[in-house]
Design a protein around this ligand. Sequence first.
Ligand code: F6R
Length: 610
Amino acid sequence: MCWIFGYKWVKKNAQNILLNWLRKLEYRGYDSAWIAVWNEKWDFSIVKAKWKISNLASEIENEKWDFNFWISHTRWATHWWVALENCHPHTDSKWKFTIVHNWIIENFSKLKKDLVEKWYKFYGETDTEVIAKLLEENFDWDLFITVEKVLPKLEWAFALLVMHKDFPWDIVWVKYWSPLVFWEQKWEFYFSSDIWALWGVIENVIYLEDWDLVFVKWDEFIIKSEWKLTQKPFEKIDIDLTVAEKWDFKHFMLKEIFEQPEILRRLYWWRIDWEENKLVANALQELEHLSIKKITFVACWTSYHAWLLGAYWLENFAWMDVKVEVASEFIFKNFNVSKDRLFIFISQSWETADTIEALKLVKERWWNTFWIVNVVGSTISRMTDTWMFLRAWTEVWVASTKAFTAQCWIIFLLALYFWKNKNSEKNLSHKEFLEKISDLKKIPNILEKILWDFEKIKNISKKIFKYQNFFFLWRHYQLPIAYESSLKLKEISYLHSEAYPAGELKHWPLALIDEDFISVIFAPNDSFLNQNISAMQEIKARKWKVLLISDSDEIEDFWADFTIKIPEISEDFYPFLTTIVWQLLSYEIADLLWKDIDKPRNLAKSVTVK
Ligand code: F6R
């Protein structure tokens, strides 16, 4: 989740350039940041600052560094608390090595114990400091040889940058799992955990693979892959980041919420061929030759919620056998592979460690994998057999909004695809297909209507933001959205919230409710209306508070304490509407509570650690 950036040998006074790049990558971790530069004493001048990049910017405001070799880093703390002694870069006992590290060394406690027995003293608690001391212990008078000696002792996973005071022109980069890209031209060397930082600055990169090492010596470099010399091609950076600006919105999150209708509209025209009346995606053609009857969906949290919803659609439309797995648990399972099973993964950020590991496990068993991913050139899209792009434009800040709705949208199309092509029990007729896609077409306009009514949502937020607990009781297609809405609220407002299937209320969660709770009931005017209203009455009978969301014209007659009326739509599509309503409510509640919405505490955008 940390992010490393290295920049060697070009512009002097590069601190503002680096600060800008750090700002671009701040979403990956904002517990601390630093910048370092080689100084005239052949040593590093290092400035560290806790928390945001703006703190670092004020620390270095008056520095006039006139040097050519720069590195920088933002950190999301994995080991020990956020204190300057735990901030990178780390060093050995003689202050010779300077190292930066992304991801986690899993065997660090054992390594540390061995080093302590050899009388090494530690100033902090990080796993990175252990690498520094290990380099010292194995020092072989050559930086590259020393790094090569130490690497086999480290248990995954990492990207590392290593320098040594006595070899000021050398630098070693290692990639094992954690993403890393590299670019060199005319003595300029750029290394970054993320292509986004480099976008707009350079056009091509080398994507390093696991166990790639890059040795830079003065103005030359070599790459070793699995210990052998190799050459790698430069590839064009192909990402759409033109919308990574906040415009006039108060927060990135709000801007990303408002982008949703347009993203869905574009996805619609892009994925549906109106001449032929069919879905368009090369990836779908690749599926034609597989006889798939069963699907396992794998993802992490918000993306996992999108799969939960997808499972309802696939089971209902295509009658398929669908399993939904959360990646961090799936990796411990003895999962079944069979010829008719496809494993489908989904990720917005493209670098989620747990999901990547799950993918690797499936691939080790040579099984069919399919990815839905948001960014071209990402680690995931480079690893899988078949993939489909979300094209939700880059989601910049932490709380996922537009990527989630785009995921649901694509999954809906996938469900139609399987319904049409893979289901022998009840095939999708052309008429049904046209009905579904013409309903789908209405959604962006309906979402816009909800957005135009933001003032109404603001008014409701003002009435409920002082409650300490929220309880989402939804059912059927709405249940995954209840999980997601509950997550959204707690993620940015830090309020306690839970989500349950509405039918389970009487099985025990009712015991939890008291006057500090708002129970949120979604009761659309569909076949479940009466059951949902009954759940509401069970709560009202105890005089606790209810917020009712419904498209029913009788909404005011149900005696809820607070109501939100949403437009009517066929029941398959309610999830899009309720999602956006709760994104807005969560946003507004967090804003009323003065929370740092784009940078919620303890979080980072991409979870690149296990
Ligand atoms: C919540 C959120 C996370 C991510 C999860 C998986 O708003 O963003 O729960 O959904 O970390 O991330 P991706 O989809 O990037 O693999």
